[in-house]
Write a protein that binds this ligand. Structure first.
Ligand code: MN
Length: 248
């Protein structure tokens, strides 16, 4: 995959995540460079729905800093991305958002334990007999008066440590971060994190829920992510049409 294809893909991912209500003026998505695993691509400090190819910067995984020193202002929370890429060689894409329906599970005490997959599209969360989704408590690192942002390498490293080998980490009072082995899969997981959260919030008032078992979670994840191109192609086409890049 060429660099310009990866740039176009990460631009499209920004628009798709906005269209799907995962990001608003805030949140960001990155992709690791296919031809250089020590670098990744992400927009400059800009609302996702305004991102164009000219806004994509290249960053060093090692430092989280832009490769070009005169580069435009980067996102404050770029260290979420750099430190996860540093800790997880398998990760090719990262989405950080304030995914609105997922946030209650990052606010309620013990909320992460209740964030279990309840529909077959969310098997990537791991089933009830897997360990629960991890939740990052920034107070453990930054004390009780931080702005909750991952604004340093140290905080990024602590977040990556909490993520561990998982696919999603909730961030207390802030949002969540999702990773994937490709950009389409990371976007898919970000969208279905939000879908699963909405389903849970709608179902919890009805009483006890029936979550996926670990076996069901693994099986559904493999099936769904084997066809991640299907939603990606749809969402990207819609996003390009909205931007007037496609007729109709
Ligand atoms: Mn944030």
């Amino acid at each position: 995959m060429s660099r310009s294809t990866q740039v176009d893909d990460v631009v499209d991912a920004n628009h798709v995540l906005f269209d799907e209500g995962i990001v608003d003026a805030f949140g960001h998505v990155s992709v690791r460079c296919e031809n250089d695993a020590s670098r990744f691509l992400m927009a400059r400090n800009l609302a996702p729905s305004r991102v164009t190819p000219a806004d994509i910067l290249e960053f060093h995984v090692a430092s989280g800093e832009p490769v070009t020193s005169a580069a435009s202002r980067p996102y404050l929370e770029r260290f979420i991305h750099s430190e996860i890429y540093r800790a997880r060689p398998d990760v090719m894409a990262v989405v950080h958002s304030h995914s609105p329906a997922a946030l209650p599970f990052a606010i309620a005490r013990g909320g992460a334990r209740r964030f279990v997959p309840v529909c077959h599209m969310a098997g990537f969360l791991g089933g009830v007999d897997h360990e629960s989704v991890p939740s990052f408590e920034i107070r453990d690192q930054a004390g009780g008066a931080s702005d909750l942002l991952i604004r340093s390498r140290e905080l990024g490293a602590a977040l990556a440590l909490t993520l561990g080998e998982r696919r999603l980490v909730l961030m207390r009072g802030h949002g969540c971060t999702v990773v994937g082995p490709s950009l389409p899969v990371a976007v898919f997981r970000a969208v279905y994190t939000e879908v699963n959260a909405k389903l849970l919030l709608q179902t919890l008032p009805l009483g006890e829920i029936e979550a996926l078992t670990a076996g069901e979670a693994d099986a559904t994840r493999i099936t769904n992510e084997g066809q991640a191109a299907r939603p990606w192609d749809l969402w990207r086409e819609q996003a390009r049409r909205k931007r007037g890049l496609l007729a109709g």
